[in-house]
Write a protein that binds this ligand. Sequence first.
Ligand code: FAD
Length: 392
Amino acid sequence: MKPDLFEAPDYYNLDELLSDEHKLVRDAARQWVKRDVSPIIESYAQKAEFPNEIIGGLAEIGAFGPYIPVEYGGAGLDQISYGLIMQEIERGDSGVRSTASVQSSLVMYPIFAYGTEEQRKKYLPKLATGEWMGCFGLTEPDHGSNPGGMVSNFKDKGDHYLLNGAKLWISNSPFADIAVVWAKNEEGRIHGLIVERGMEGFSTPETHNKWSLRASATGELIFDNVKVPKENLLPGKTGLGAPLGCLDSARYGISWGAIGAAMDCYDTALRYAKERIQFGKPIAATQLQQKKLAEMITEITKAQLLAFRLGQLKNEGRATTAQISMAKRNNVDMAINIAREARQVLGGMGITGEYSIMRHMMNLESVITYEGTHDIHLLITGADITGHSAFK
Ligand SMILES: Cc1cc2nc3c(=O)[nH]c(=O)nc-3n(C[C@H](O)[C@H](O)[C@H](O)COP(=O)(O)OP(=O)(O)OC[C@H]3O[C@@H](n4cnc5c(N)ncnc54)[C@H](O)[C@@H]3O)c2cc1C
């Protein structure tokens, strides 16, 4: 793979809106990605393996629980710092960002927000250092966009719960030490349970042959009469709103992360277009390639403004689920379109692993589907503005 020469585009001087802390956090993550992710990520993607060796580095840049309070091992940062970290990691690879998003927003967040003090103290510090890795089990084979229809269930057996069911498409599942699992009780109410690797009847087979997020491990969660201790139930929130609250946080991070992937594609295409000579001049001097590049920087700038404003709203506790949906949907769509255009700017070289663009493009096919599909986010906006839900 080519050396990482990334220079971040900032067409509207957005850096001026960031605090010194934001810039410190962002720059540390950027340097770490250049040093520890870029040199190895293509080979891990080719091998379809998650690079375990970067777990310690992810913890050091604050990617595990950026906004979780310091007393529980988190970095205690604000939502814009969280977004900037996700942006920088996804600039390297969406699969690595997925691992960090799951650990922070889908495992640490529910334990912090819905867990007991004992649960917070037991799990959060180890998750923050990456000593323990977690996964989040919501999607089932027959319930993807409609998680409320889930059939995974648990029964009260007096001194423990008995958990049965299966989850599919679970990021980090093949190596996770714990899983935050959503299942229905005997009354049909959704609860979160912390399931630990090693519990009898719990297995996590890996999903192979993915063309997307190849450097992220994906798998199933199978529960065959798993005895879950009663103290592993998350008591703070029940119903579908509990897992959806976690998804709000993860989707917010994705809205920033996708900008990172888009920036990397744009920066690569711009550099290539200036250097590549055809018909005696750089292809950057042709109107058609300028149209592509000019539209890319316009869309990136719009997405940056959307994410920044959403971050301000989130810091104030005012960001709504529908606002987050709009940003996730817009920014991932923006990134995938830029990846496709940038790939063409590189001609044949664009399909090789020498450059990151094709890997970003394939990764974004998952990002546009997970955490609510492109369609479902549109329907969330539609329901919000009309008052009529068109999907349930
Ligand atoms: C790589 C990867 C990692 C993932 N990681 C996780 C994870 O860690 N944890 C987890 O719980 N899940 C995870 N997921 C699952 C992901 O969230 C689901 O794939 C997603 O919610 C869509 O569900 P589905 O694949 O079953 O598609 P479906 O729900 O079957 O949708 C198929 C198509 O139908 C459309 N559709 C569905 N309902 C409607 C409707 N009412 N109106 C119009 N169109 C509709 C959808 O937009 C989509 O285009 C992951 C998925 C992938 C690919």
